[in-house]
Design a protein around this ligand. Structure first.
Ligand code: NI
Length: 227
């Protein structure tokens, strides 16, 4: 399931984040890649664990924590500290798949990547190309979102970034381990949650059928989740 999270950051939030990361030190993106993706990857990355990356990453984490749509869709257990990349001058990232396990160098922090996320941080009018193309059961979908919007997609999908032929594409990207490993189960929970919210807006939280449905949601979560 691919889910767009619109407005994870508002315009002021994007500007604040950009001022922090743009001033940081950027290096060849292959500093963090495995040998296979290094063949396909041409971009720059903000130095991992630099002060700018940590400060920017904290801003993204903070935005995630106050976005109910993200929580409901991802049911996050562990989030890999957000990283930042940029593409310009024809750079792109050929078809690849993200590593199943992500480790934070020098620590014992590791996650299974269930979901990949890209938070767009450039105005789409300011660059050409740079679409994130994700292959799924229904074919390939090209994603290019306004600054501050984020796409969540299964980390198991093949994907690529089209070459950026004008301007600069800046983004934050990260992976997360969900409390619900199975993507189908996670999708059922998300759809049930959305239906309950819609009904509750109409009928009020105290409606007995909504209380019952909420119970079903939590009991399914209890059955499927690892906390
Ligand atoms: Ni990738």
């Amino acid at each position: 399931m691919m889910i767009e999270i619109p407005g994870l950051l508002d315009a002021a939030g994007v500007a604040r984040l950009r001022s922090v990361i743009d001033a940081g030190e950027w290096v060849d993106g292959n500093a963090t890649s495995g040998p296979q993706s290094a063949l396909a990857k041409r971009n720059e990355q903000l130095v991992e664990d630099s002060a700018a990356a940590r400060e920017g990453g904290a801003m993204v984490m903070d935005a995630l924590g106050r976005t109910p749509l993200f929580i409901a869709a991802a049911l996050p257990a562990k989030v890999f500290p957000p990283l930042f990349n940029r593409y310009a001058g024809g750079q792109g990232f050929g078809l690849h798949i993200d590593n199943a396990i992500r480790m934070k160098r020098g620590t014992d922090f590791r996650i299974r990547s269930d979901l990949s996320a890209t938070l767009f941080l450039s105005d789409p009018e300011s660059y050409d190309g740079g679409e994130l193309v994700i292959e799924g059961a229904f074919g390939a979908q090209a994603v290019k979102l306004p600054a501050g919007h984020m796409i969540l997609y299964p980390a198991s999908s093949l994907h690529r970034v089209e070459p950026v032929t004008r301007g600069v594409r800046v983004a934050s990207f990260f992976w997360l381990q969900s409390m619900v490993r199975d993507g189908e189960a996670r999708r059922h929970l998300f759809e049930l949650d959305e239906a309950i919210q819609t009904l509750a807006a109409d009928r009020g939280q105290a409606d007995p059928a909504i209380i019952q449905l909420t119970g079903v949601y939590h009991n399914l979560l209890r059955r499927w989740a690892d906390a």
